[in-house]
Design a protein around this ligand. Structure first.
Ligand code: UDX
Ligand code: ADP
Length: 443
């Protein structure tokens, strides 16, 4: 059992803290957000992440996890301090480090025994050195030793607990191999390969991994667009490609592109770092551009199907979260699509199983409905934006009969084009034959 403090009880920090507690450690989570801490003390996770609340409650009951807004309380006996605060995007695409810096200053202020500071927040290359510098400069007692380790997270929202407990690898970067090995021991029960390297290389592994995954998606989206022009089906193309072990099947899902709290910000931050250090990140720039175009293409296709104008058309949106199994609306493609539709004069109705409260706070003029059927009622078109499981088994005949016009834009390719056409829909997927109309022709 180790004593761990986690700074920041958001997606990354809370999953990290709760999972370490579940592995038998004593964990203190500290956050500046009082409402969040109060809710967590009562075993209530203030955001949607499958399985997380159960783990938090189990460990609260077992006396292994504690929540506080007091740094003094959280850091008192900590052997390891994980920094897991947010790193939002600055105005030019750079990462805003003010929260990480604030956390480092608080650590310095309360440091009265040797400790290993582990950075989990996604931070620009070189931040590990900056954190060490801030702590050194602000320490009340400069004779106390501390070590900084970079330990990037690879947790996907919606399956973060599973990803934490079943990692592909543990990446640890530090100037001290001994410190990195001590952090590796925390992960020993998970039996994953461990990479120990320097701080900057560890930080770069995180950016390069996310940029590669985003590239894979933008690649298949470009192929999807070519498939539409040449009459091929991208779903089968991706299947055929993915069976090659060198390529692999994951992150080859063509659609309206990537969003969320990581890919957009990380790819832009990497491009920014490259450009400001004399490199020319042309691939990363294309990856970003292809992603933006995917949403525009969908709206463009819909406009054509509706006779060239979206004015006063009623458009139903199925799914708002940036991906299924989360209520996170950060950089959700739905937001950009809805803004484009509204800008062209369309009326928008929407439903999401988990993200409606968060969506209401950022989307104006949208009619939020209680289920997919209410969204379909009187709609001139439906756009499937987020592939929640509950949308895969809808009564599509009922949906069609409720609509004013049976136009179905499948932004995530979850429906069978043949079946949808047989039901009478004017179906458009992404990259599924000529103009997205499916390999066998169709409407
Ligand atoms: C990502 C990383 O995967 C994870 O390792 C961590 O670094 C945090 O960021 P997350 O953003 O939670 O995780 O979700 P992920 O499953 O990676 O999906 C990101 C976006 O890509 C979503 O908008 C998703 O819809 C999109 N996506 C994913 C596709 O468009 N096609 C795919 O095939 C896969
Ligand atoms: P992520 O998705 O990266 O985990 P979140 O925004 O979900 O990001 O969570 C970050 C958490 O960090 C928030 O709960 C926020 O209140 C907290 N936080 C930000 N700055 C500090 C700080 N200096 N000390 C403690 N907590 C902080």
């Amino acid at each position: 059992m180790k004593e761990i403090a986690v700074i920041g009880a958001g997606y990354v920090g809370l999953v990290t803290g709760a999972c370490f507690a579940d592995l038998g450690n004593r964990v203190w989570c500290v956050d500046v957000n009082e409402a969040k801490i109060e809710s967590l003390k009562m075993g209530k996770v203030p955001f949607f992440e499958p399985g997380l609340e159960e783990i938090v409650r189990r460990n609260l009951k077992a006396g292994r996890i504690f929540f506080t807004t007091s740094y003094a309380e959280a850091l008192k006996n900590a052997e390891f301090i994980f920094i897991a605060v947010n790193t939002p995007e600055g105005s030019e695409g750079e990462a805003d480090l003010s929260y990480v810096e604030a956390a480092a200053k608080e650590i310095a202020k309360h440091l009265d025994h040797p400790v290993i500071v582990v950075n989990k927040s996604t931070v620009p290359i070189g931040t590990g050195d900056i954190v060490a510098e801030i702590i050194r400069e602000n320490m009340a007692n400069p004779s106390i030793p501390f070590w900084v380790v970079s330990n990037p997270e690879f947790l996907r929202e919606g399956s973060a607990v599973h990803d934490f407990m079943n990692p592909d690898r543990i990446v640890l970067g530090s100037t001290s191999r001994e410190a990195a090995e001590k952090v590796a021991e925390l992960y020993a029960p998970l039996q994953a390969p461990v990479i120990i390297t320097d701080l900057r290389t560890a930080e770069m592994i995180k950016y390069a991994s996310n940029a590669f995954l985003a590239t894979k998606i933008s690649f298949i989206n470009e192929i999807a667009n070519i498939c539409e022009a040449l009459g091929a089906d991208v779903k089968v193309v991706a299947w055929g490609m993915g069976l090659d072990h060198r390529i692999g099947p994951e992150f080859l899902g063509a659609g309206i592109g990537w969003g969320g709290s990581c890919f957009p910000k990380d790819v832009r931050a990497l491009a920014y770092m490259a450009a400001t250090h004399g490199c020319h990140p042309q691939l990363l720039r294309s990856v970003i551009e292809i992603n933006q175009d995917q949403r525009r293409r969908l709206v463009h296709k819909l406009r054509s199907l509706l006779g060239g104008s979206l004015r006063n058309k009623v458009i139903g949106i199925l799914g708002l979260a940036f991906k299924p199994n989360t209520d996170d609306m950060r950089e959700a493609p739905s937001v950009e699509i809805i803004h484009m539709l509204q800008h062209e004069g369309a009326k928008v109705k929407a439903y999401d199983p988990a993200a409606m409260e968060n969506a209401k706070a950022i989307l104006n003029g949208v009619e939020f409905k209680e289920d997919p059927y209410q969204v379909a009622e009187g709609a001139d078109a439906l756009i499937l934006v987020t592939e929640w499981n509950e949308f895969k088994q809808l009564d599509m005949e009922r949906i069609k009969n409720l609509m004013r016009k049976p136009i179905l834009m499948d932004g995530r390719n979850i429906y069978d084009p043949e079946k949808m056409r047989a039901l009478g829909f004017i179906y458009r997927g992404i990259g599924r034959g000529f103009d997205g109309a499916g390999t066998s022709g169709g409407s």
